[in-house]
Write a protein that binds this ligand. Structure first.
Ligand SMILES: NC(=O)c1ccc[n+]([C@@H]2O[C@H](COP(=O)([O-])OP(=O)(O)OC[C@H]3O[C@@H](n4cnc5c(N)ncnc54)[C@H](O)[C@@H]3O)[C@@H](O)[C@H]2O)c1
Length: 238
């Protein structure tokens, strides 16, 4: 498979390593200094584009891939305010987008555990649920996209929580997400249910970026020659 990398930073490099090891070919690498090479002619050389840039450029990059008819796998976080426009563009151009706030297979299994635990805890009002996410200091968005996904899964299942907040709060219906930025830090997400009697905690810790990169390459293999909008749930058949 021929792959275009949009964003050649930490993730772009990790994806290249995994993709080449699996026998794929990187036919285009776009970063800020050669953004002018992101043209219709160049992107057409790729079967799939993999976009890991950041919150400020993801929307334009993903939209451009869809408009130019190349399936796109995006991992950039912090840009989902524009999700409705992207959905509309994907429908209008019969495009293909895979989006996940976290491509790690382990995190996607963790999502399923999180949903299941929330369903179990729903009747037990004595447990308060909170979340902590820990990342390196270069991370630009807070809370992490993964923390937001976990929070939305909890809100969908725990009726006593109405919204997530990324600040201290004493309002019982707020789901508090604490963001910590420390170097060096692997990405860690902890969901805690605490009552006066006991605590139940689930934790996911990413040891390397390779987990995200492997999942993104798997998603690109899935997206090749498909139409529609997908998540890792479909890619992994969960
Ligand atoms: N979904 C996941 O599994 C997952 C995993 C890790 C990181 N991320 C997210 O992916 C994004 C990138 O992470 P990273 O660690 O590789 O960051 P990074 O800063 O190392 O790399 C981003 C690269 O994108 C480039 N870039 C910025 N704007 C661009 C533009 N308009 N066109 C082309 N390139 C551009 C930057 O120059 C940089 O090289 C972040 O949003 C991060 O939160 C997602």
């Amino acid at each position: 498979m021929k792959i275009a990398l949009i964003g050649y930073g930490k993730m772009g490099n990790a994806i290249e390593e995994v993709a080449v090891a699996k026998g794929h070919e990187i036919v285009l690498k776009i970063d800020v200094q050669n953004a002018h090479e992101f043209t219709k002619e160049n992107i057409a050389k790729a079967d799939v584009a993999i976009e890991f840039t950041g919150p400020h450029s993801a929307y334009e990059n993903v939209k451009k891939c869809i408009e130019l008819g190349v399936p796109v796998v995006s991992g950039s976080t912090g840009w989902l305010d524009n999700w409705n426009e992207i959905e509309a563009a994907c429908t209008a151009h019969n495009g293909c987008l895979v989006y996940s706030s976290n491509y790690s297979i382990g995190v996607n299994l963790f999502f399923e555990v999180n949903k299941q635990l929330a369903k179990l805890m729903e009747p037990y009002n004595e447990y308060d649920v909170t979340m902590v996410e820990l990342h390196h200091t270069e991370k630009k968005d807070a809370p992490s996209g993964t923390a937001i996904s976990l929070a939305e899964q909890i809100l969908a299942n725990i009726g006593r929580k109405n919204q997530w907040v990324n600040a201290p709060s004493l309002t019982p219906s707020d789901l508090v997400i604490t963001s910590e930025r420390i170097d060096p830090a692997p990405g860690t997400h902890t969901v805690t249910y605490s009552s006066p009697i006991d605590t139940i905690e689930i934790v996911h810790t990413a040891h390397t970026r390779k987990g995200f990169a492997s999942g993104a390459v798997l998603a690109a293999e899935f997206a090749n020659k498909k139409n529609g909008i997908f998540t890792m749930k479909e890619v992994l058949g969960l």
